[in-house]
Design a protein around this ligand. Structure first.
Ligand code: PAF
Length: 290
C-alpha cells in the first residue's frame, strides 16, 4: 500500500521546449541530472539503469524514442514495439522525474541534414552487419545529450559496442558527460533481456538461450586454460549450431577497447555474438578474464 502511494506515473514531456524547461529548473536547483536513453518497450534491463540514474542523480530523465535513423531499410522499424502506457506504468516504481517521448517531427525537423559518424569502434561487429546503424545512434544520442545536458548518461552492457561508440563520440567531441554502463540483466535461463525478445515464438524463445550458453562455454574454456581464440570461437559456433534454425551473423573475441579481433585471450577480452532466430536478431556478450 505504502509502495502504491509512493509510486507515481512520471511526468511526460513530448516537446523539446518542455524538456529544456524541465531540466533547466533542475539545473538551477543545482541538481545532478542523469539521462537514460531508451527506445521504450522497457524491461528490467532498462529499469535497472533508471534506478542507477536515480540513485546517482536527484533528477533522472528517461527518453523513449524509436529512432528511425538507426534502423536499416530491411530492419524492424515498423514492427518495433511501441508501448508508451505500459512503459510509463513500469517506470512509476523507479520514480524518474521526467520521461521525454518526442515525435519524429520534434526530433528530426524536415530539413535535418547533420549526422554524427564515429570511425574505428563503430566499424567491426555490428558495424559490418548493420551499416548506418551507429550513425543513427550517435546522432540521436548527441541530440539527446545536447537537449538534457546531463551529468551522466546510462547505457546497458548488452549493447557493449554501442556504449563504446557513444564513449568514443563524447570523448572526441568533448561532450561533458560521464557514460555509465550497467550490467546486462538476464532471464532466469540466462537469455539477455531485450525488447526484441518479445518477437520470439515459444519455440524460438527456448532456442535463444544458446547465445548465453555459448558465452558460458567460452568462459569455461578460458577457466580451463584455453587461450587460442580460434579454438574458443570454434566451440562457440559449434554450440550455436546445435540449435535448430539459428543463423550466425558473427561470433567474435575482441579487444574490449578497440573491438578489434584478438588471436589469444591473454588479457580481458570481449566475447560477443549476433544470431538470427526465426528472423529475430539477438546479440549478447560477456567479458572473458583470463
Ligand atoms: O539502445 C537503445 O535503445 C538505442 O540505441 C538508444 C541508445 C536509445 C538510441 O536510440
Amino acid at each position: 500500500m505504502i509502495r502504491a502511494m509512493q509510486d507515481r506515473v512520471p511526468q511526460l514531456v513530448t516537446t523539446i521546449a518542455g524538456l529544456r524547461e524541465a531540466v533547466a529548473a533542475a539545473r538551477r536547483a543545482g541538481q545532478r541530472i542523469g539521462l537514460v536513453p531508451t527506445m521504450g518497450a522497457l524491461h528490467e534491463g532498462h529499469l535497472s539503469l533508471v534506478r542507477a540514474a536515480k540513485r546517482e542523480c536527484p533528477c533522472a530523465v528517461v527518453s523513449i524514442y524509436v529512432n528511425p535513423s538507426q534502423f536499416g531499410p530491411k530492419e524492424d522499424l515498423a514492427a518495433y514495439p511501441r508501448t508508451l502506457d505500459a512503459d510509463l506504468a513500469a517506470l512509476s516504481a523507479c520514480r524518474p522525474d521526467w520521461v521525454f517521448a518526442p515525435s519524429n517531427q520534434e526530433m528530426y525537423g524536415r530539413d535535418h541534414a547533420t549526422w554524427v559518424e564515429v570511425g574505428s569502434v563503430a566499424q567491426p561487429l555490428e558495424g559490418v552487419f548493420r551499416p548506418g546503424h551507429f550513425r543513427g545512434v550517435t546522432t540521436v544520442v548527441l541530440k539527446l545529450l545536447n537537449l538534457v545536458q546531463p551529468d551522466a548518461a546510462y547505457f546497458g552492457q548488452k549493447d557493449f559496442q554501442q556504449a563504446c561508440v557513444v564513449g568514443r563520440m563524447v570523448a572526441d567531441l568533448n561532450v561533458p558527460v560521464t557514460i555509465r554502463v550497467g550490467p546486462t540483466v538476464r532471464e532466469p535461463d540466462g537469455l539477455a533481456m531485450s525488447s526484441r525478445n518479445r518477437y520470439l515464438s515459444p519455440a524460438a524463445r527456448q532456442r535463444a538461450v544458446v547465445l548465453w550458453k555459448s558465452l558460458q562455454l567460452a568462459r569455461r574454456l578460458v577457466e580451463q586454460g584455453e587461450r587460442r581464440a580460434e579454438t574458443i570461437l570454434a566451440g562457440m559456433r559449434e554450440l550455436v549450431a546445435t540449435a535448430e534454425d539459428v543463423q550466425i551473423d558473427y561470433v567474435a573475441l575482441a579487444d574490449p577497447q578497440t573491438l578489434q579481433p584478438v588471436e589469444a585471450v591473454s588479457r580481458p577480452t570481449l566475447a560477443a555474438l549476433a544470431v538470427r532466430i526465426e528472423g529475430t536478431r539477438l546479440i549478447d556478450n560477456c567479458l572473458l578474464e583470463p
